[in-house]
Design a protein around this ligand. Structure first.
Ligand SMILES: NC(=O)c1ncn([C@@H]2O[C@H](COP(=O)(O)O)[C@@H](O)[C@H]2O)c1NC=O
Length: 525
C-alpha cells in the first residue's frame, strides 16, 4: 500500500444510511436500487419516498423518523432535530456519538438533496406568491448542514454525481478529499440559489426604489476553463460562465484553444455583426472593426468587409450573423484568421475551414443578449443598460436634417448603415461607408480630428469621395468635419448638441454636404 492509498483508506467513511429528498427525480430509481444493493438504508421525504417505494426499494419515510407529519403544504418536512442531529453530529467526537446514542438518533453518512426550482419558476412568469412558494427552506438547511459536517457526511446536490455515489457506496465510501469537494459543490449550489432569491427580491419583488437598479447586485459564475494566460503571458486567466449561454458557452467545432484576447475580440465582433438585420460580417482586431459590411449573402458581406482594410484583417476575428456558407468558408480559408463565430455552419463549411489547422471555429446561437453591462472599477463596479441601438435617434425617421439636401431613401439607408457600424468602433469614432460597407475607420483617438484623419487616410482618396460618414459623438469644432468634407464625403450623420453646432453646420453648408443630427450618441470604450 502506498502512502496515498493509506491516507485514502483511513479517511474513507462507509455509507450505511442515506437521506434522500429531491425535487428533480432524474435517475432516482437507479440510485435508490444501487444504494439498497450496496446495503445502504434509505430515509426519504414525501414524493421522493413514494417513488423509491414504487421502484420496490425499502425506504423509511421522514415522518416515521420524526414522529411528526409533513405539514403546511410541505413547508415543514425535514426541519426536525431527529433529521438535523443525524446530519450534524461530528462523529470524530466521542461526546457527539454519546449524545446521539442518548437521544436515540442515528447518524446519516450521505445526504442527497436537490432544491425547488426557484429560478425556473420566476422565468416561467409565475405569480409572486408562486415564486415565493418555490423558495426551498428545508433543502438548503440539510445541504448546508451536511456540507459543514463533511468530516462525517457526504453531500450530493446533482443527479450528475449519482454514478460517483454508487461507486463510493460499493467501494467503502468517499474519502475525506472527495467529501470536501462535494461540500464545496454543495455550498456553491446553495450560494447560487440564495443569490437568485436575493436578486429577485432586490430587483423585482421588493425593490428598494424605482431607479430600475437593484440595491443588491448578485452574480454567480462557474469556472469553465483555465486559459493559457490573460491579456499578456504574465497574467493568469480563466473563463467563467453564468449559465445564460452566449459566447462563454459557445461550441468550439475546430481549432486551437481559445485565448483571453480571442474571447474579448469575438465578443466585440458579435456585438458589431448583430447590430445589422441584413446578412453581416464584422472583422475585429484589438476590439475594433477593420471591416463591417452587409450583403445579399454572407459571402458577399465578407468580401466587402475584408476589402475595407485587408492589411489589418490579417489575423482578425470574424463574426457572422447568419449561418456560414461553403462559399464564405472558402474565402475565409484563404486568409489567416484567428476565430470565426456564427450561429450555424452549412454542411461542408466547417470541413473547408478546418483545412487551416489553427483557426478556431465557434458556434454561438443567437444575438448577444446581456441586458446590462457591469464594469469593475477599483473598489466597486459600474452597471449600465446595454447599448443596443435602442435609442430614438437610431431610427433615421427621427433624424433632423441640419443642412443640405434631404437624402433619397437609398442614400439614407447608406448613412444609416454608417451610423450603426460606427457604434462598433471605440471612441472617438469616425466611420466612412459606401455600398453597405465600411471603407475607412478612425478609432480610439483622443480627439475627433485625428479620428477623422485616420478614417480618411484608411479609406484613401477614391473611396472617401462620395462616401457616407458617421461620428459617434458631436463635433466640438468644425475642424473634424472639415477633414471629412475636404475628402469629399457625400453626407454626414452625427448626434449634434455641441455649443458650436452652428459653426459646424455652417462648415457643412459651405462644403455643400448634407448633415443629419440624430440627437443620440454612441460612445464605446
Ligand atoms: N420544508 C422542508 O422541511 C423541506 N425538506 C425538504 N424539502 C424539499 O422538498 C423536496 C423533496 O420533496 P418531495 O420528496 O416531497 O418531492 C426537495 O427539493 C427538498 O429540498 C423541503 N421543502 C421546502 O422547504
Amino acid at each position: 500500500m502506498t502512502a496515498n492509498e493509506t491516507t485514502t483508506a483511513t479517511t474513507q467513511r462507509p455509507i450505511r444510511r442515506a437521506l434522500v429528498s429531491v425535487y428533480d427525480k432524474t435517475g432516482l430509481e437507479e440510485l435508490a436500487r444501487g444504494l439498497h444493493e450496496a446495503g445502504v438504508a434509505l430515509v426519504s421525504t414525501g414524493s421522493t419516498a413514494s417513488k423509491i417505494a414504487a421502484a420496490g426499494v425499502p425506504v423509511t419515510k421522514v415522518e416515521e423518523l420524526t414522529g411528526f407529519p409533513e405539514c403546511l403544504d410541505g413547508r415543514v418536512k425535514t426541519l426536525h432535530p431527529r433529521v438535523h442531529a443525524g446530519i450534524l453530529a461530528d462523529l470524530r467526537l466521542e461526546d457527539h456519538r454519546n449524545q446521539l446514542a442518548e437521544l436515540g438518533v442515528e447518524p446519516f453518512d450521505l445526504v442527497i438533496v436537490n432544491l425547488y426550482p426557484f429560478r425556473e419558476t420566476v422565468a416561467s412568469g409565475a405569480t409572486p406568491d408562486e415564486c415565493v412558494e418555490q423558495i426551498d427552506i428545508g433543502g438548503p438547511s440539510m445541504v448546508r448542514a451536511a456540507a459543514k459536517n463533511h468530516p462525517s457526511v457526504a453531500v450530493v446536490t446533482s443527479p450528475a454525481r449519482y454514478a460517483d455515489v454508487l461507486a463510493a457506496a460499493q467501494g467503502g465510501g468517499f474519502d475525506l478529499a472527495a467529501r470536501k469537494r462535494l461540500a464545496a459543490e454543495a455550498f456553491q449550489h446553495t450560494a447560487a440559489y440564495d443569490v437568485a432569491v436575493a436578486s429577485w427580491f432586490a430587483d423585482d419583488y421588493a425593490a428598494a426604489d424605482d431607479s430600475g437598479f437593484p440595491d443588491f447586485l448578485g452574480a454567480t459564475y462557474a469556472r469553465k476553463n483555465v486559459l493559457r494566460y490573460g491579456e499578456n503571458p504574465h497574467q493568469g486567466a480563466a473563463l467563467y460562465v453564468d449559465g445564460t449561454g452566449g459566447l462563454a458557452e459557445a461550441e468550439q467545432l475546430h481549432g486551437k484553444e481559445m485565448s483571453y484576447n480571442n474571447y474579448t475580440d469575438t465578443d466585440a465582433a458579435r456585438r458589431a455583426a448583430y447590430d445589422h438585420a441584413d446578412p453581416c460580417v464584422a472583422i475585429i482586431k484589438h476590439a475594433n472593426p477593420c471591416g463591417i459590411a452587409t450583403g445579399a449573402d454572407v459571402a458577399e458581406a465578407h468580401r466587402k468587409a475584408h476589402a475595407c482594410d485587408p492589411l489589418s484583417a490579417f489575423g482578425g476575428v470574424i463574426a457572422v450573423n447568419r449561418p456560414v456558407t461553403v462559399e464564405l468558408a472558402e474565402q475565409v480559408a484563404e486568409i489567416f484568421t484567428e476565430v470565426i463565430v456564427a450561429p450555424a455552419y452549412e454542411d461542408g463549411a466547417v470541413e473547408v475551414l478546418a483545412r487551416k489547422k489553427n483557426i478556431r471555429v465557434l458556434r454561438a446561437e443567437g444575438a448577444p443578449a446581456n441586458p446590462v453591462e457591469v464594469k469593475p472599477i477599483d473598489g466597486g463596479a459600474l452597471l449600465q443598460v446595454t447599448d443596443r441601438l435602442q435609442a430614438e435617434g437610431d431610427d433615421p425617421a427621427n433624424w433632423t436634417l441640419a443642412t443640405g439636401e434631404a437624402l433619397s431613401a437609398e442614400e439614407l439607408a447608406e448613412l444609416a448603415f454608417a451610423w450603426k457600424a460606427c457604434r462598433a468602433v471605440k471612441s472617438n469614432a469616425i466611420l466612412l461607408a459606401k455600398d453597405g460597407a465600411s471603407v475607412g475607420v478612425g478609432m480610439g483617438q483622443v480627439n475627433r480630428v485625428d479620428s477623422a484623419k485616420l478614417a480618411v487616410e484608411r479609406a484613401g482618396a477614391e473611396r472617401a469621395q462620395g462616401s457616407y460618414a458617421a461620428s459617434d459623438a458631436f463635433f466640438p469644432f468644425p475642424d473634424g468635419l472639415e477633414i471629412l468634407t475636404a475628402a469629399g464625403v457625400k453626407a454626414v450623420v452625427q448626434p449634434g448638441g455641441s455649443v458650436r453646432d452652428e459653426q459646424v453646420v455652417e462648415a457643412a453648408q459651405k462644403a455643400g454636404v448634407t448633415m443629419y443630427f440624430t440627437g443620440t450618441r454612441h460612445f464605446f470604450h
